[in-house]
Design a protein around this ligand. Structure first.
Ligand SMILES: *Cc1c(COP(=O)(O)O)cnc(C)c1O
Length: 372
């Protein structure tokens, strides 16, 4: 059994993909070819934003808005410790200081109630709080109504980390449309993935769109060899754009299939484990279906039983970012973010993809039922 089955999906779109690849071989614009512009307009329409700037990864999609807005040394950026390393890594790459705020246990997303105190503490340390990066973890949007209100009150801007949530919705708006800018990833295992690395930034701000396009190509100015600012090599390949154009055509159908898988899991596992809550007014993209065991011991037992039956399961995330060696220089200690730390001891994720069969779900759930 696969944790994420990319082969069934590939079989569905193989013929049309090969046609697109052939067209690229013939036109020869291998990087930033016509497929890239077509993809950007389709993605912007899908997310409901004015602009979309594609780029080479989700990490670059997070880094580029920070660079475009001049985030640097002395600035503080608020984020969650319960996420993939890239969310906080880009803050350090930009030269600024990550400031963590604990999460809400039900959603695994940043707790809006902790942000004002973190902003105040950052100011007391002599830092300038400039922005926050909420993450839509496992595909579920963070609480943007609350976050927008706090951001406005504190005078900071919001960068949505929608790397796992493209296709999800919050109160009628799609992920990618929150904050001043949003970043998503097209890493193959994400809900909308390509066949390599890729990402995109979304915004409604025309000036930011222009700056992002400059940062994406070495800070280019009026032409390629006039450089107005420090940028990166953040371009997207035409082949990756072509893959995404084909996958977008079946994306809504796949999202529906993910909802069916999640509902089937939840109806069977609700009495055995803590199953994922979907906040009111939200639709998850179900990048992961993550459950909670009672503790480390029970989790190890269940995962071992599953592995024994050939069923893969994965822990996202075993180590909260404030306890990672890479961030030791920030000076955080164990106990600083108790919810995040507890989740890291209890959480694990089950196979989740649109092609998971009813019989497979049944088998996974009965192995779990027999081991708790
Ligand atoms: C995957 C991911 C990223 C980084 O995306 P890449 O395309 O792998 O660079 C950033 N944030 C979160 C929450 C992610 O899951």
């Amino acid at each position: 059994m696969q944790f994420i089955d990319l082969i069934s999906q590939k079989n569905r779109i193989r013929t049309s993909l090969l046609q697109r690849f052939e067209a690229i071989l013939d036109h020869g614009q291998y990087i930033m070819g016509p497929e890239v512009g077509e993809l950007e307009s389709q993605l912007a329409r899908y997310a409901g934003t004015r602009f979309c700037v594609s780029c080479s990864s989700g990490t670059d999609a997070l880094l580029m808005p920070l660079m475009a807005k001049g985030i640097g040394p002395g600035d503080a950026v608020i984020t969650t410790p319960f996420t993939f390393i890239a969310t906080a890594e880009v803050i350090s790459l930009a030269g600024a200081t990550p400031v963590f705020v604990d999460i809400v246990p039900e959603t695994f997303n940043i707790d809006p109630a902790g942000i004002a105190a973190a902003v105040r503490q950052a100011r007391e340390r002599g830092l300038r709080p400039k922005a926050m990066i909420p993450v839509d973890l496992f595909g579920l949007p963070a609480d943007y109504d609350a976050l927008d209100e706090i951001a406005a009150a504190e005078g900071i801007w919001v960068l949505e980390d929608a790397a796992q949530s493209f296709g999800s919705a919050y109160r009628g708006r799609r992920a990618g449309s929150f904050g001043l800018a949003a970043a998503t990833s097209f890493f193959p295992a994400k809900p909308l993935g390509c066949y390599g690395d890729g990402g995109a930034v979304f915004t409604d701000d025309e000036d930011l769109d222009r700056l992002l396009r400059s940062v994406r190509v070495h800070g280019s100015g009026a032409d390629k060899y006039r450089n107005d600012r420090i940028g990166i090599n953040g371009r997207l390949d035409s082949i990756q754009a072509a893959v995404l154009l084909e996958k977008l055509m079946i994306f809504d159908e796949e999202l529906d299939a993910r909802q069916r898988v999640a509902a089937a899991y939840s109806s069977r596992l609700g009495e055995k484990l803590v199953t994922p809550a979907v906040s009111e007014g939200c639709v998850s993209a179900w990048a992961q279906y993550s459950v909670l065991a009672t503790g480390e011991e029970q989790r190890a037992k269940i995962m071992e039983r599953l592995a024994g039956e050939g069923i893969p399961s994965v822990i996202y995330y075993r180590i909260s970012l404030h306890l990672q060696k890479a961030f030791a220089f920030l000076g955080y200690r164990e106990g600083d973010f108790p919810v995040s730390e507890e989740m890291s001891r209890r959480v694990f994720s089950l196979p989740m993809h649109p092609y998971l069969k009813e019989a497979e779900i049944e088998r996974i759930c009965s192995v779990i039922a027999a081991s708790v």
